[in-house]
Write a protein that binds this ligand. Structure first.
Ligand SMILES: N[C@H](CCC[C@H](N)C(=O)O)C(=O)O
Length: 260
């Protein structure tokens, strides 16, 4: 069977997008999804995202990591899915959709900028050398000295597979403070099992963690990622973070067809 796909990227975190409103896609075929995400034998992507019908909201998001398994929320993927839905004419410039972590509101601005509301964060685990929180996906956040030369893949994998996070593991973010409102981060992504050029739930986790441990008292924070720039904003009441928004570019790259 030949299927149509669209390729999107959000600050270099890239995704195969499929319009599955007719429910044709073999959702449990892990090997197929892994092949479609393979950068040599397939289309190539960090993840694959299905746009599906939903009775209560504009659409449903189903997210798969490049290992072919369904996973938790993808912030950059959510932003790309909103841009995809806009391109298909499913939505105009505002939307509410459902994902694995609940409802999301989002808006599409000029020059492909999409702002996505993320879940509230009510628990931030502050440890001596790192912070752990869940922004729709689990994230380990750790400040390092020389981020530019840091071995993200080796050190990220050691934490992701280490005893700290057990069977489920965690995404791992290494961070450097640039100034009071700006941090640079590099992320080892669970389920991609490598460094990605950006991680939306990771950038969200870094912004909230840096505020929670007192590295900044800002509530709108710039995040430099390998693939570009993201902005995370939120309201803070004690250790409760609400109205959390992840904003940045979400760009259409190409569309095509592939035999499955
Ligand atoms: N790999 C992550 C999900 C995607 C996160 C990332 N692509 C994002 O933009 O949030 C996990 O399995 O927890």
């Amino acid at each position: 069977m030949q299927i149509e796909f669209y390729k999107y990227q959000g600050t270099g975190n890239d995704f195969v997008m499929i319009d599955n409103r007719s429910d044709f896609f073999p959702k449990n075929d892990v090997k197929l999804i892994e092949r479609l995400c393979d950068r040599r034998f397939g289309i190539g992507a960090d993840g694959l995202i299905l746009l599906e019908n939903d009775s209560e909201t504009d659409f449903r998001m189903v997210y798969y990591n490049s290992d072919g398994n369904q996973s938790s929320m993808c912030g950059n993927g959510g932003r790309c899915l909103v841009a995809f839905a806009n391109q298909l004419g499913v939505i105009d410039d505002k939307t509410t959709f459902i994902a694995t972590d609940g409802l999301h509101h989002a808006s599409v601005g000029d020059d492909a900028i999409v702002s996505l509301q993320m879940i509230d964060v009510n628990e931030v685990q502050k440890k001596d050398s790192y912070t752990f929180l869940n922004t729709g996906s689990p994230h380990h956040v750790q400040l390092v000295d020389d981020l530019e030369h840091y071995n993200v893949k080796e050190n990220g994998a050691a934490i992701r597979y280490g005893e700290l996070y057990g069977e489920k593991g965690s995404n791992v973010n290494f961070v450097k403070k640039v100034d009071d409102g700006t941090f640079s981060l590099r992320t080892y992504e669970r389920g991609v099992e490598d460094e990605t050029l950006a991680c939306g739930t990771g950038a969200t986790a870094v912004a909230i963690a840096m505020n929670a441990i007192g590295e900044t008292d800002k509530t709108s924070i710039n995040l430099n990622v390998e693939g570009g720039k993201l902005v995370v904003s939120f309201d803070k009441e004690n250790d409760h973070y609400t109205n959390v928004f992840l904003t940045g570019p979400a760009k259409f790259v190409f569309k095509g067809t592939i035999e499955i």
